[in-house]
Design a protein. Structure first.
Length: 377
């Protein structure tokens, strides 16, 4: 796994777009902006002569290195793409989603529906303009994915599933969704990079981790969150989730596309979606340990660049069985520097119970290495 690219600013910030007013949120140490849409942005569009949420199909050409027939892709895929409107105690917002079953299950991002998770309303607008109420089926803040459902007497069009594992850098792709509330918008570009690990703000006071994310230069803007990234045959290969941001001349960060967007790969998103449909939740293996970052000044005192302090260990759990104790300082996980709790989170998200994690740690100034066998939660 590799770290995602940093923004051109040495101290980038991250924001969420699921509340009212301008987007602001907790810093992740990177310039990622979750691609949701605030009511304030929608009001700006109305004032500028655009009706947020109106059907406005826009088809853009691809890169000079090759592009999809975006018109053909749009004709095939747009009927499976929906605009999601969320109303909750904190205000309203918009996002996107794709229909994954004919009986009305829709895949989207957790941050899109989060404002309504504790009491609120969800509604879905289809590409033909029809609107339906939706209900929350399940959500997973750790991967920023969620499933909602509409009830329809007729079978709904379903997006075809592709294979994100077969993608190559430079391959043309198409993004579909509702940027700035403009339903049925289509943009095109290429796969810029693969295998990015991108932390983004979550609603549980911890980061969500986009593991193995697809980086694309297809234009993705606030409101595209939860929408589809597809190959030239219109098959789902990713869920558009976040964009990088850069500072402007006035020191404020841009809130639109700068040509660096990230999508959760289909190979991760679709199995999680089906788990949510079946059980309403997703369970990941655990190491049985609580870790907290060590400030740089303290890590320097230990003579290390990065480290995670072992705050607590589950009695009889995997870490305890491996000999890890509260007060130890974890310096490495599977050969990676323990620079953030996100490193362990990413390992757990992509592992199964029984998988082993190599842990390097300090105790009393001495270095140790052990193996933790992950267990079912």
């Amino acid at each position: 796994m590799t770290d995602g690219p940093r923004s051109t600013d040495d101290n980038p910030s991250a924001s969420t777009d699921t509340g009212t007013a301008t987007a602001s949120g907790r810093s992740t140490g990177r310039g990622w902006l979750i691609a949701g849409l605030t009511t304030a942005v929608a009001l700006t569009l109305i004032a500028g002569g655009f009706i947020a949420g109106s059907v406005a199909t826009v088809v853009l050409g691809g890169a000079s290195s090759g592009s999809c027939d975006a018109a053909s892709v749009a004709d095939r895929v747009l009927p499976t793409i929906v605009t999601i409107t969320v109303t909750g105690p904190g205000g309203s917002s918009n996002g996107s989603g794709e229909i994954i079953t004919a009986d009305g299950y829709i895949l989207t991002n957790n941050h899109v529906i989060a404002p309504a998770a504790s009491g609120g309303q969800l509604s879905v607008r289809f590409s033909d303009g029809d609107e339906e109420r939706a209900e929350l089926v399940g959500r997973d803040p750790k991967t920023d994915l969620a499933v909602i459902k509409v009830h329809s007497e007729d079978a709904l069009p379903v997006i075809d599933e592709g294979d994100s594992g077969s993608l190559v850098v430079g391959q043309p792709v198409v993004a579909l969704g509702a940027p700035l509330g403009l339903s049925s918008t289509v943009t095109a570009g290429i796969v810029s990079a693969l295998g990015r690990t991108v932390p983004v703000p979550s609603d549980d006071d911890r980061n969500a981790i986009l593991v193995g994310a697809i980086q694309t230069d297809a234009s993705i803007n606030p409101g595209n969150s939860g929408g589809a990234l597809v190959d030239c045959r219109g098959r789902l290969v990713g869920i558009n989730t976040a964009i990088a941001t850069v500072p402007g001349s006035d020191g404020q960060r841009s809130t639109g596309s700068v040509g660096i967007g990230f999508a959760v790969p289909q190979s991760l998103a679709v199995p999680i979606a089906h788990q949510l449909i079946e059980t309403g939740e997703v369970a990941y293996p655990t190491a049985g340990v609580d870790l907290v970052p060590i400030p740089h000044a303290v890590s320097a005192r230990y003579g290390i660049a990065d480290g995670l302090y072992v705050y607590s260990v589950e009695p009889g759990g995997p870490a305890a069985k491996a000999g890890i104790r509260p007060g130890d300082v974890v310096t490495g996980l599977n050969g990676r520097a323990a620079s953030s709790v996100d490193v362990l989170t990413a390992i757990q998200l992509t592992s199964e119970p029984g998988d082993k994690v190599t842990v390097d740690f300090l105790r009393g100034g001495r270095r140790h290495t052990t193996e933790v066998t992950l267990a079912a939660p």
